[in-house]
Design a protein around this ligand. Structure first.
Ligand code: HOZ
Length: 428
């Protein structure tokens, strides 16, 4: 028995499903989760000493690769001065300045501890600002596990096939309205029905929790226009796309300006961090400036801020960082497309920059219903082969593949394509 198997056997008696977050239990890919002991660059190494080329990247934040020396130095130096004060620090000001300088739609920002917390708080600010209650979300988009957003959500709930969680009182989701991703008509009809009651539309500008689903041309500008004409706020959940598609995230990439934005772990370089921010008049509603209450002892934690500042500085200061990363992504996914075509695999490969995902269906995937057409058993078989040949992919069809600056064409990416080709050749 491997050490990961031993650990998992013990863990299932101690933690629900043996894990602290469902997706990492490998439940739908019929494998034992690998217990990771360390990581460096493009690799993670498990408790049995086996290294894998990592395409999960802690679900996105490791855009520089794991354990970048400058990030590590900043963390260790800051940790030596104290781990948490529950008080204001200079690094929080630097971080706020950094985010406001980089993302033009953000005039004020509040640091929190996760993407879930950022969304929960942004929704409260939107409701406080507009004096309205209803929120429009899209089927298959995942905005963390806050009650109001656990309605036809993506990520682990989609993987487990339980889109509506037990334990969420109907009252908590009574004001959540559902629309279909890439279907502006479904949003327009909600606005026509009750536009005056809609506080906000929240969207992942690139769907990355039902696999990767790109916005069709006109979808994001259409949401912007509808929100503006009804006095509702547009919230971009950039937990995945923020500081990844471009320095200013999806909003910079697509040129659409939201009123509020949520960020997650990427601004902590993988440490437990989130943030929400936007127009000054909205953010000034938040306590203690205003009467929308939201708080947290660990918010803006000094060590997490140090990690994030180091990472964001590198992203900002490295010439052509995003051009190079996105070009590498384009190259990798087009090579992958070539392999899938060569072996006549029924597939739809969606990708944008360094994010991508293969669906095992011949249909175009542009929303939740079309993502669900994918053959998840085929994904499971592919995942298993890749894992057992040294490539660590997301353990679910409905997650993204993340590339980092540490993945090189000559090294990890080329090796991954070779393993992939072997698999599809054998699966003929
Ligand atoms: N759902 C996030 C990725 N799509 C984070 C992974 C998790 O839930 O643990």
């Amino acid at each position: 028995m491997s050490r990961s198997q031993e650990l998992f056997r013990e863990a299932v008696g101690l933690m629900p499903g043996g894990v602290n977050s469902p997706v990492r239990a490998f439940g739908n890919v019929d494998e034992t989760p690998r217990f990771i002991e360390s990581a460096r660059g493009a690799y993670v190494t498990d408790a049995d000493g086996i290294s894998y080329i990592d395409y999960v990247g802690s679900w996105g934040p490791m855009i520089l690769g794991h354990n970048h020396p400058k990030v590590l130095k900043s963390v260790t130096e800051t940790a030596a001065k104290g781990l948490s004060f529950g008080a204001a620090t200079e690094n929080e000001v630097k971080m706020a300045r950094m985010i406001c300088d980089i993302v033009p739609s953000i005039e004020m920002v509040r640091m929190v501890n996760s993407g879930t917390e950022a969304v929960m708080s942004a929704l409260r600010a939107a409701r406080g600002y507009t004096g309205r209650n209803k929120i429009v979300k899209f089927t298959g988009c995942y905005h963390g596990h806050t009650d109001a957003m656990l309605v036809k959500a993506g990520s682990g709930v989609m993987t487990a096939g339980v889109p509506d969680s037990a334990g969420v009182p109907a009252g908590c989701t009574a004001d959540t309205l559902l629309a279909e991703y890439n279907d502006l008509e479904s949003v327009r009809s909600l606005f026509e029905r009750c536009g005056e009651e809609i506080a906000a539309v929240i969207v992942e500008p690139v769907g990355a929790n039902m696999g990767v689903v790109l916005p069709k041309e006109g979808f994001l500008p259409g949401l912007r226009a509808l929100c503006s004409s009804y006095g509702s706020l547009l919230i971009f959940d950039e937990v995945i796309t923020g500081f990844r598609l471009s320095l200013s995230g999806a909003q910079g990439y697509f040129g659409v300006t939201p009123d509020l934005t949520t960020f997650g772990k990427i601004i902590g370089a993988g440490m437990p961090v989130g943030a929400y921010g936007g127009r000054r008049e909205i953010m000034e509603m938040v306590a203690p400036a205003g009467n929308v209450y939201q708080a947290g002892t660990l918010s803006g934690n000094p060590v997490a801020m140090a990690a994030g500042l180091a990472q964001l500085s590198i992203l900002r200061e490295t010439p052509d960082f995003y051009k190079n990363l996105n070009d590498t992504g384009d190259w990798f996914f087009s090579e992958m497309e070539g392999i899938l075509k060569k072996y006549k695999v029924k597939h739809c490969l969606n990708h944008i920059g360094s994010l991508g995902c293969v669906f095992f269906t011949e249909h175009e995937v542009y929303d939740y219903a079309t993502a669900k057409l994918s053959d998840t058993q085929a994904y499971g078989n592919y995942f298993k082969y890749m894992l057992n040949h040294g490539v660590y992919l997301a353990p679910s069809q409905f997650e993204a593949m993340f590339l980092s600056a540490a993945h090189t064409k000559e090294g990890e990416l080329g090796k991954t394509l070779a393993v992939m080709e072997d698999y599809f050749a054998k699966a003929q």
